[in-house]
Design a protein around this ligand. Structure first.
Ligand SMILES: Nc1ncnc2c1ncn2[C@@H]1O[C@H](COP(=O)(O)OP(=O)(O)OP(=O)(O)O)[C@@H](O)[C@H]1O
Ligand SMILES: [Mg+2]
Length: 296
């Protein structure tokens, strides 16, 4: 980042990365420790309205824990999380979070196999709107939203099929759809392309870009090819702190980032090739990494 707070090569003011320049999510001085082990360490982090941000970092960096704290699943020892203005998110129920406009997708899909795709979306919309009782009708607006979501996720033709027969990728899209019918302002996705084929991964990238047109999205991901292809701004988390932030081109040249990934891999293979395997370094640059030469 330059001194005036712009990312080199990206010309985006820090903290005002997209949208109208305000933050939908601000995490300030967040600290959480488990059994005396500090997982998030005085962490400052924010996302703008209308922004899709990628969060990367070696295993154990604290990425999932950050999502846990944002959604109230884990309680921070110190610091604050502010969402959409000045709301303090601690101690909110799942339904309250959905109502406020936060949707979180876990790595394991939580779709109902015995329901059709349409019914899964319906159940999710009913939860959001507290339409209890199967025989209470949904409003025209909600039905319309379900159809729009089916279109967006490419599942329109399959809406009457049971979710149990979906492929791994399709199940992920359905689950993203189940969040979308709840009209989130911020979507939190933890490793959404894990286990996907290349084609599914590319479709997911497109889908996320479409989704991010109308809302903010935070994507935690290990698949660096995917991040390279679809990320605009990447935040690198390491040992509970932001290590680097900017375009993928910028962060993968950051010596601190390279060291963090190498450090993690050293015990396993002892070579920089491990960092390439991890994906943070393009394979062609491994030779310069091992010799300690400038750019990675
Ligand atoms: N509820 C918990 N109790 C104890 N330790 C925890 C808890 N949750 C997370 N941790 C620890 O916090 C550290 C960070 O874990 P976290 O899952 O946030 O990492 P991550 O960046 O998501 O890693 P990965 O990329 O492997 O998913 C790990 O050492 C983990 O064991
Ligand atoms: Mg994780």
């Amino acid at each position: 980042m330059t001194q005036n707070g712009h990312y080199e090569g990206a010309s985006i003011p820090a903290g005002k990365l997209a949208g109208d320049g305000r933050n939908i999510l601000s995490v300030e001085k967040l600290t959480i420790a488990f059994d005396g082990f500090t997982v998030l360490d005085n962490l400052d982090f924010s996302i703008g309205y209308g922004e899709m941000r990628f969060l990367i970092g070696p295993n154990g960096a604290g990425k999932t824990t950050l999502l846990d704290v944002i959604t109230g699943k884990s309680k921070a020892n110190d610091g604050s999380v502010t969402f959409d203005g000045d709301l303090d998110l601690s101690r909110r129920s799942e339904h309250a979070l959905v109502k406020l406009g936060i949707g979180r997708k876990f790595q394991t899909p939580s779709v109902y196999n015995s329901l059709t795709i349409f019914q899964n979306l319906e159940a999710s919309a009913r939860f959001r709107n507290r339409i209890i009782g199967l025989f209470r009708p949904m409003s025209r607006a909600i039905i319309q939203r379900i159809h729009e979501t089916l279109e967006l996720t490419g599942l329109t033709d399959r809406q009457e099929q049971n979710a149990g027969i979906l492929s791994h990728g399709e199940r992920q899209w359905l689950e993203i759809g189940m969040l979308l019918v709840q009209e989130p302002k911020l979507l939190l996705l933890d490793e959404p392309v894990a286990g996907m084929t290349r084609r599914e991964r590319d479709r997911t990238g497109q889908l996320l870009q479409d989704i991010a047109r109308d809302r903010s999205v935070l994507v935690v991901e290990h698949d660096m090819d995917f991040v390279r292809q679809f990320a605009r701004i990447v935040t690198v988390l390491h040992q509970g702190k932001v290590l680097s932030e900017g375009t993928m081109g910028i962060v993968q040249q950051d010596p601190q980032v390279v060291r963090a990934y190498l450090g993690r891999s050293r015990g396993q293979t002892g070579t920089a090739a491990a960092a390439a395997g991890e994906g943070i370094l393009p394979a062609r640059d491994v030779s310069t990494a091992t010799t300690g030469e400038s750019t990675i």
